[in-house]
Design a protein around this ligand. Structure first.
Ligand SMILES: *Cc1c(COP(=O)(O)O)cnc(C)c1O
Length: 381
């Protein structure tokens, strides 16, 4: 059996190595390391895949979120409503811009922001909602967009974990997550579903004016070279990453299918277990399984039980991860924003009980059999 890893980017690379190596060498030969045709072609291809009018590449997913907030004109003192149960990047950039993150609960089944909680958190200072499609499952975008329209708010989708996920509205129309809100943001961090060989990110919008603004801000606020209209930053996707991503984009749907197949295998293996709740999949979207995350329903629960499984698996050579052990509102970083004053019992409950198992495009049956048997030997003991 091949050694187990949370993500096996090496085996995935070996399957497309000749093509990737040639593309990287071509960039080296061209010495067009920044910008140019390779980056533009990738942006066009990704926009097409995504069915978004514009795709603006940038340096990473965190920058994408920051630039999105800047492009929408959010100002110090404004409020954005976000889940606390997320990766820190979602909310950190708000704080960096002196925008107040207002943390709300998630749906305990989908792990995504609870629309009812959003409505309750709206104040006259609220400017935007930032749903996160956590672990690859879509947030309830139809309800979120309706709330945003009613209260005249922007929606910035954090789609770092869900690129390629299809969301179907009640009228039957389907859109990719990340193309539903005013701006969608994603990350090409190597372990993401569309991963580069380094850092990368992108923003999506259908609005021409917003697209211009995003492009300008990502490029030192310049509308034309050496003319700087607004305060911006320097955030670029480099050509080597774009060349690699353009190749991997052609495989993205097949990568997603492999992840979903691995998830099906786990679902079947854990079915009916009293302690394990397998990931919920709402019928309105195609979960792309960036993570395969269990909830452990131990009766006398403390996070000791979950952390015990994490350690037990490590001892047996099975990696597992806790995404995320501390919710955003409990991070020291947000003390100054009143983070410690929130009461978010669902978020706290989840952070004590979730555990993510290896999931990637290269898992085989032997590996999954071993992972399942090891997990069950702990929970059934
Ligand atoms: C990875 C990730 C980001 C940040 O992306 P980087 O490219 O690492 O900056 C933001 N939000 C979520 C939910 C993520 O998983």
């Amino acid at each position: 059996m091949r050694p187990l890893q949370m993500v096996d980017t090496k085996t995935q690379y070996l399957k497309i190595k000749p093509e990737v190596d040639a593309a990287v060498l071509a960039v080296m030969e061209s010495t067009m390391f920044i910008g140019g045709k390779v980056v533009n072609d990738f942006a066009v291809n990704l926009a097409k895949y995504h069915n978004s009018k514009h795709c603006i590449p940038c340096a990473n997913g965190t920058d994408a979120l920051q630039i999105a907030m800047m492009a929408l004109g959010l100002e110090p003192g404004d409020e954005v409503i976000t889940p606390s149960f997320t990766y820190i990047a979602t909310v950190e950039v708000a704080a960096l811009l002196h925008i107040k993150p207002v943390f709300v609960e998630v749906d305990p089944k989908t792990f995504c922001i609870d629309p009812a909680a959003i409505e309750k958190a709206i104040t006259p200072k609220t400017k935007a909602i930032i749903p996160v499609h956590l672990y690859g499952h879509a947030a309830d975008m139809e309800k979120i967009m309706a709330i945003a329209a009613k209260h005249n708010l922007f929606v910035i989708e954090d789609n770092a974990q869900a690129i390629g996920c299809d969301y179907t509205f009640s009228n039957g129309s389907t859109k990719k997550t990340g193309s539903i809100g005013h701006i969608g943001c994603t990350s090409f961090y190597p372990s993401k579903n569309l991963g580069a060989f380094g850092d990368g990110g992108a923003m999506f919008t259908d609005d021409d004016e917003l697209a211009n603004q995003l492009k300008t801000i990502a490029s030192h606020g310049q509308s034309k070279r050496y003319y700087h209209d607004v305060v911006g930053c320097n955030s670029r996707l480099d050509a080597m990453q774009a060349a690699i991503l353009d190749i991997k984009l052609k495989h993205l749907d097949e990568y997603i299918a492999a992840r979903r197949k691995a998830a099906d295998f786990y679902d079947a293996a854990f079915k009916g277990n009293k302690i394990i709740t397998t990931p919920f999949r709402d019928t309105n979207n195609t979960h792309v399984f960036h993570q395969y995350t269990l909830i452990l329903n131990e009766v006398e629960h403390t996070n000791c039980y979950r952390d015990g499984l994490n350690q037990f698996l490590a001892d047996k050579g099975v990696p597992s991860m806790i995404y995320y052990p501390v919710p955003a509102h409990k991070q020291k970083m947000f003390d100054a924003f009143g983070g410690n004053q929130y009461d978010l019992p669902i978020t706290d409950w989840l952070t004590e009980r979730v555990i993510s198992l290896p999931i990637h495009t290269e898992l085989d049956k032997d590996q999954q059999d071993f992972i399942v048997a090891t997990v069950l030997s702990y929970v059934n003991k």
